[in-house]
Design a protein around this ligand. Structure first.
Ligand SMILES: Cc1cc2nc3c(=O)[nH]c(=O)nc-3n(C[C@H](O)[C@H](O)[C@H](O)COP(=O)(O)OP(=O)(O)OC[C@H]3O[C@@H](n4cnc5c(N)ncnc54)[C@H](O)[C@@H]3O)c2cc1C
Length: 409
């Protein structure tokens, strides 16, 4: 893969669009801008702090430890439109059925692709593979990469924003898109506040081997400690997302593999078979973080910088990808109407396309945590009834499936 560096790293360079962060969201936006770049001859740059794999790195090796994401069918469609799906699906496992249950309760909800007349309810793809495919696609586009380079200063100017990079390079941009994951302090530099509600939960992530073929089933199991999700992976392993009360995960991270697998088996039961193997374990503290502003003149905030959600419903990246598409559509429309890329009217158009979807997804993910996390005595019965009810009441279940597939906004 070729990483294009600007000719003179210390001169101030002006771009129409600078994307801060080349993670899943920033890289997807770069790909989505391709038609606009071709039509309007836009100058676009991506600034990414982490070094990317250089050209000629070894062949893709599916790692037993890498993180993977549930990609909704709607997102697969968007990747098709970006021209990256054929490559993405090489390492994707189809989700053909979803099984939702609660420990100690009879209720279970089953969703199946066949019943809904679709090929798959979603797909599970290693994040590293998605990143690699997106970066390879980007390397063929006329986009400048500043990488590895960290944006250290971001300040508004009359025409857009000024960016100072860790390399000493200085950039100006008509439109800056903040896709830095929200932890770099740049939002705060701009005075954009975030609402932050820690869930007091930490997700423990690992790949696990199971004794029987997963047959494309994704499991979501609600336990007293928090939800456990198991997602099918291409090479017959499964991705485990095990939510703990914060602090409780430490003991499980320290267990030897055998003891860990035993505890997992007890918590999850045997509906996926026997757990035979576990890869490296990682932990992620979980909070609901939402930026109070997502647009300003010359600025749009995307991805985790705009909203970090609980991963229980696997919606964070799927939601962000819809934002990417809506932003590009708003920019194209703004251009047709003769407005500048950083024009507030254009960005407010983007924001109004986003607001409802974002609010719905945040409410949906958050309400699952509240419903299944609460411990009022009568709630478990209500939840079980709810799950059975979901299984019996077709339209309600189909609504859940449509949201899981990213088809519901
Ligand atoms: C445990 C877990 C499981 C999840 N599972 C799913 C799932 O199944 N499905 C789903 O849709 N979503 C899922 N998500 C959410 C998903 O991972 C996020 O929505 C997604 O990773 C956000 O990507 P991003 O590009 O916004 O941020 P990031 O992935 O954090 O990328 C930000 C990038 O910006 C770079 N950067 C940071 N600061 C700077 C700077 N100052 N200058 C330059 N570059 C900078 C970083 O190096 C990084 O590459 C999950 C999240 C968690 C925590």
């Amino acid at each position: 893969m070729t990483i294009q560096a600007p000719d003179n790293a210390t001169a101030t360079a002006h771009y129409d669009i600078v994307i801060v962060g080349g993670g899943l969201v920033g890289a997807s936006l770069g790909c989505a801008l391709a038609p606009l770049i071709a039509r309007q001859g836009l100058r676009v740059a991506i600034v990414e702090a982490a070094a990317l794999p250089t050209e000629g790195t070894a062949e893709w090796q599916p790692s037993f430890d890498a993180r993977a994401s549930a990609i909704a069918e709607g997102s697969a469609q968007r990747f098709r439109e970006l021209g990256v799906w054929e490559a993405m699906r090489r390492e994707a496992a189809k989700i053909e059925r979803i099984h939702i249950s609660e420990r100690g309760r009879l209720g279970a909800t089953r969703l199946s692709a066949a019943e809904l007349g679709v090929d798959a309810l979603g797909h599970v793809i290693p994040n590293a593979w998605m990143g690699r495919v997106l970066h390879e696609h980007l390397s063929a586009l006329p986009i400048d990469w500043h990488c590895p380079a960290r944006v250290e200063t971001l300040a508004p100017t009359a025409q857009g924003h000024y960016l100072a990079l860790s390399t000493g390079a200085e950039l100006t941009a008509t439109l800056t898109v903040l896709a830095d994951g929200g932890r770099s302090g740049l939002k705060e530099q701009l005075g954009i506040e975030s609402r932050r509600r820690p869930y007091d939960q930490t997700a423990l992530i690992a790949h696990v081997g199971v004794s029987q073929p997963h047959q494309g089933v994704a499991f979501e199991r609600f336990t007293r400690e928090g939800p456990i999700a198991l997602l099918p992976l291409k090479h017959q392993a499964m991705e485990l997302i095990w939510t703990h009360k914060s602090g409780d995960e430490r003991a499980r991270l320290a267990l030897d593999d055998r003891a860990f697998l035993d505890q997992l088996q007890r918590a999850f039961g045997d509906r996926a078979g026997r757990f035979t193997k576990v890869g490296e374990r990682f932990s992620y503290p979980l909070s609901l973080v939402t930026a109070r502003e997502s647009v300003r003149p010359g600025l749009a905030v995307l991805g985790n910088a705009a909203h970090a959600l609980h991963p229980v419903a696997g919606q964070g990246f799927n939601l962000a990808l819809r934002s990417v598409v809506d932003l590009v559509e708003a920019l194209a429309l703004g251009h047709e109407q003769g407005r500048s890329l950083g024009d507030l009217e254009t960005l407010l158009d983007f924001e109004s396309r986003r607001a409802r979807d974002r609010a719905n997804v945040i409410r949906f993910s958050d309400s699952l945590i509240r419903l299944f996390g609460a411990s009022f005595p009568l709630l478990p019965h209500a939840r079980a009834a709810g799950l059975i009810g979901l299984n019996l009441v077709g339209p309600l279940r189909r609504g859940l499936a449509r949201r899981a597939m990213g088809l519901e906004r």
